[in-house]
Ligand binder design. Structure first.
Ligand SMILES: CC(=O)SCCNC(=O)CCNC(=O)[C@H](O)C(C)(C)COP(=O)(O)OP(=O)(O)OC[C@H]1O[C@@H](n2cnc3c(N)ncnc32)[C@H](O)[C@@H]1OP(=O)(O)O
Ligand SMILES: CC(C)C(=O)C(=O)O
Length: 561
């Protein structure tokens, strides 16, 4: 067995007692840079072709991204051709900068500038890895040698840019593997690059700090970023950017803490596609701001399009629990969640601050429907079942009936082991409560109020086969109960009775729900009718009919025949 944690070394803590970032808040969106077409692309089994890159670029522009890394043109003909197409076909809006990556090698830098000929504005992004592992094992250079690679490349970039003066250039440098680099050394390298680029003399410079591989908790990364923020030369003239990966599952958290620590800009990909476990997810990061009342300056209302395009191009399905984007993230199956959501949604009015339990944001904002929010399985309770009947069928049940129905739905769900659809709950409701047993349909009724109460004559049965039931009571229901008791020798006790009027869009105007006890037998029933009296009488008849069915008692008209 080779599973042995002693193979790994802990990441050293950063000794930074003066850290300020923990008490900061993010109050506005950082500058976003979308790197789907480069870092996302280099992680794909099937890298994008030019047509796919064009569609992806178009969507990123429409969503509102202003800096878009479009590829590594010195490395691939497709990326080169795509850059040429963007420029020659004038596909880049004036307020958008395309960004391209290259290693810190002269021939690659020259080819990169060639790919950008005629661009209105562009960001040339160079990188070399600076961590001990890379210095010692990959590049075989000491710290000076590593710094020289960066400074030399910065010089080539500056010279190439000077030779193409019609483009508005930004320069970007990444000390790749920054998070695994001694921070004081990273600062030395960054300073050496900036000494060449001289951001203080007007050159726009982005210093991008990558967690190329996420190697620590995000607080350590924030300390590293704050240290760079506080100590690099020309700080006020450069943008600090971060580029995090998700190896430990904290890519978004690391970027957020880095912004609190002074970063101005965040690189990432839509839904987090990228090397290994992925890049920082632009959707999650942006929506996290949105959910705090901060405008992310990106239009995530087009979430469905984002998901469809990313899935098509990456050939990777979105996880159903993916923050904000997954199919199930706005769905509650468990009873107490459903109950709380239902109560909060009932109180929420458009224009209110969103305060709905278990839903950090309003699903409608992302084009999702409230219908998806509550779904029923064996973990659900009365609140959820009631919510589904109310939402899908306009039926608001009294609490006692909600409890009763929830129990039978739960039994169904347990037997089935899966989800119970709204239609199935409705069928169950109709079958158990609403459907009128044969021979127990209310045909008409005649009520006379006297000093002694109400005298009722109630016609019951099916067309052409009816009988009049006559009784007397305090009200119509009492009179019908009296008639039934006399006829069948029962002692019906009405244990629960609720009536309500229904919405305008329903055929019936009234609903009555009853629970009766006949001896040991308890039976509930529901009726919908044109008026509340008819609904109440039909509900009692319905309950009585069900009792009769199981007690082998004939329906009134049939008994007569
Ligand atoms: C963290 C990131 O995502 S960085 C971006 C990574 N993306 C990619 O690599 C995708 C595109 N890359 C490629 O297609 C190729 O690597 C190319 C075309 C750029 C270069 O190809 P090649 O030169 O044939 O091969 P390769 O990439 O293996 O080159 C490695 C050499 O470059 C050196 N090198 C690697 N990275 C850098 C760098 N950032 N700056 C300078 N030199 C570098 C290595 O030390 C090695 O040198 P050696 O040949 O003297 O040992
Ligand atoms: C080139 C840099 C920014 C990179 O992609 C990384 O370090 O992950």
């Amino acid at each position: 067995m080779s599973f042995d944690h002693r193979k790994y070394a802990p990441f050293p803590v950063v000794d930074k007692p003066d850290r300020r970032w923990p008490s900061r808040r993010i109050e506005k969106a950082p500058l976003w840079a979308a790197v789907d077409l480069r870092d996302g692309n280099q992680a794909l089994i099937k890298p994008m072709n030019v047509a796919q890159k064009k569609r992806f670029f178009q969507l990123l522009v429409e969503l509102g991204y202003k800096e878009i890394e479009v590829g590594f043109p010195s490395a691939s003909q497709i990326d080169y051709d795509f850059c040429r197409a963007l420029i020659e076909d004038d596909l880049v809006p004036d307020d958008v900068s395309i960004q391209v990556l290259t290693q810190a090698r002269q021939e690659l830098i020259e080819r990169t500038f060639e790919s950008l000929q005629g661009a209105k504005k562009a960001i040339v992004h160079i990188y070399n890895a600076t961590s001990p592992t890379f210095r010692q094992q990959v590049f075989n250079v000491d710290k000076e040698g590593c710094k020289k690679i960066a400074a030399q490349a910065a010089q080539w970039v500056r010279d190439c840019a000077a030779a193409q003066p019609d483009t508005d250039w930004s320069f970007q440098y990444s000390p790749e593997t920054f998070s695994a680099t001694e921070t004081d050394f990273a600062i030395e390298v960054i300073d050496a690059v900036n000494d060449v680029w001289r951001p203080d003399q007007g050159q726009r410079v982005i210093i991008n700090l990558p967690a190329t591989v996420e190697v620590s908790t995000p607080n350590v990364f924030a300390d590293q970023v704050e240290t760079v923020n506080d100590n690099i030369r020309y700080r006020e003239h450069v943008l600090i950017s971060v580029h995090t990966h998700d190896d430990r599952g904290c890519g978004v958290a690391a970027a957020e803490l880095a912004v609190m620590a002074g970063a101005d800009r965040v690189e990432g990909t839509l839904l987090g596609n990228g090397e290994r476990t992925g890049n920082m997810d632009l959707v999650t990061a942006g929506m996290n701001l949105y959910a705090q009342g901060i405008d992310p300056e990106i239009d995530f209302s087009r979430m469905k399009e984002i998901i469809a395009l990313v899935e098509e191009i990456t050939e990777i399905q979105t996880h159903p629990r993916h923050p904000y984007a997954g199919d199930l993230v706005f769905t509650a199956f468990s009873g107490s969640h459903q109950d709380a959501i239902r109560k909060c949604l009932a109180q929420y009015k458009p224009g209110d601050t969103w305060r709905v339990a278990y839903l950090p944001i309003d699903p409608h904002d992302l084009g999702r429907r409230y219908e998806e929010v509550v779904r029923i399985n064996s973990q659900s309770g009365k609140g959820g079942v009631a919510h589904v009947l109310e939402r899908d069928f306009g039926l608001t049940l009294p609490r006692w009936l909600q409890q009763e129905l929830a129990l039978v739905v739960q039994q169904d769900a347990e037997e089935d082991g899966g989800e119970i659809t709204g239609e199935r709950i409705h069928r169950r409701f109709n079958g158990d409560y609403l459907n009128v047993p044969a021979g127990w349909t209310l045909r008409s009724y005649d009520l006379h109020r006297t000093d002694a109460g109400v005298k009722a004559s109630i016609s019951v049965g099916e067309k052409g086969d009816t009988v009049d039931l006559n009784g007397q009571g305090e009200g119509a229901v009492g009179a019908l109960v009296d008639a039934l008791n006399r006829r069948h020798g029962w002692q019906i006790r009405v244990e629960a009775f609720d009536e309500s009027s229904l919405g305008d869009d329903t055929e019936a105007n009234a609903m009555a729900c009853v629970r009766v006890r006949v001896g040991e037998r308890v039976q509930s029933a529901v009726a919908l009718a044109a008026d509340t009296t008819a609904a109440a009488l039909q509900a009692i008849l319905c309950a009585a009919g069900r009792v009769a069915e199981t007690a082998d008692v004939e329906a009134p008209a049939r008994a007569q025949a």
